[in-house]
Design a protein around this ligand. Structure first.
Ligand SMILES: NC(=O)c1ccc[n+]([C@@H]2O[C@H](COP(=O)([O-])OP(=O)(O)OC[C@H]3O[C@@H](n4cnc5c(N)ncnc54)[C@H](O)[C@@H]3O)[C@@H](O)[C@H]2O)c1
Length: 270
């Protein structure tokens, strides 16, 4: 019961494969109470109400790019949960360029703006809204979800790579300000490729899923392992960790070459 008595807000559960969905189930198991939220358009597509029932909570619609929606979300969440918030999960990503297969050398700039707003600037908006409303308790914990394309080139990840770099930078920059004022911690978790709606939307996803699976000594980290890490990061056990990008990737980020991949190639050629 690592999260007993803690109150949270979880963004981004679309269906049961969503990382946020896995986090909600584990946070519930760990004793937390929280509200769920997603963009109004997503609420019509997914099964988030089913998750709300399992978690004995409610869904508050909010487009994470709209500050007035976020203000309403924090107000209503504090009312429903009976006090300030202890943890927030930002599990949001979307690129129109990636969706519509516009490669990195042919970006449509209006869509790039949308990518950055939805996938990165919304993280700043969530945190700044909470900061101004004084909505998060001292020693609270805020998490965003990132991907290693922020550090290394994965050509088909397109403009999402730039969005993830910005997301990680916001965690550091706001981590300073919120840390000084309220000891609130802000981190990102850099997750292995995971089969979800957002993940599978990237061109060639199955290829880099298999590649990462073979390259990582522990194999790919799944959504449930990410959820366990999130629970730990929301808990007081991780109270001195802030402004970090933390890898939940089975060791992928430290690998240069894995002989298992070479062995596969040799087997293919014989
Ligand atoms: N799946 C992967 O391979 C992988 C790997 C590393 C990091 N991530 C990151 O994990 C996070 C969650 O993605 P997922 O893989 O669970 O996919 P998902 O498609 O289940 O979740 C993405 C969520 O973002 C929400 N969203 C989009 N626009 C929004 C807006 N304007 N306001 C509020 N919510 C909005 C969607 O409705 C959806 O619920 C994303 O940040 C993603 O980039 C995913």
């Amino acid at each position: 019961m690592l999260l007993e008595g803690k109150k949270g807000i979880i963004f981004g559960a679309l269906d049961e494969r969503s990382i946020a969905w896995r986090v909600a189930l584990k946070a519930k198991e760990a004793g937390a109470s929280f509200t769920l939220t997603n963009a109004p358009v997503a609420l019509r597509m997914g099964g988030i109400n089913e998750l709300a029932e399992i978690c004995n909570t409610s869904v508050i619609p909010a487009d994470a790019t709209k500050v007035e929606d976020l203000e309403n979300l924090f107000t209503q969440s504090m009312e429903q949960l009976g006090g300030k918030i202890d943890f927030v999960l930002h599990s949001i990503g979307m690129s129109p360029n990636v969706r519509k297969k516009r490669g990195y050398t042919d970006l449509k700039y209006e869509w790039l703006e949308k990518t950055l707003d939805v996938s990165a600037v919304s993280f700043h908006k969530v945190i700044q809204t909470a900061y101004k409303m004084e909505a998060i308790n001292d020693w609270g914990s805020v998490l965003g979800l990132s991907y290693i394309a922020a550090q290394k080139v994965f050509p088909d990840y397109g403009d999402m790579a730039d969005a993830k770099s910005l997301l990680e930078s916001i965690a550091r920059s706001f981590g300073y300000h919120y840390g000084v004022r309220n000891k609130v911690r802000i981190n990102t978790i850099s997750q292995s490729p995971t089969i979800t709606t957002a993940g599978s939307g990237v061109k060639g996803f199955d290829v880099f899923f298999d590649y990462a699976e073979k390259m990582s000594p522990l194999g790919n980290a799944d959504g449930d392992s990410c959820a366990d890490y999130c629970v730990f990061m929301f808990s007081d056990m991780s109270r001195m960790i802030t402004m970090q990008n933390l890898y939940n990737d089975g060791g992928f980020s430290s690998m240069g070459m894995n002989p298992a991949l070479v062995a596969d190639k040799l087997a293919e050629n014989t």
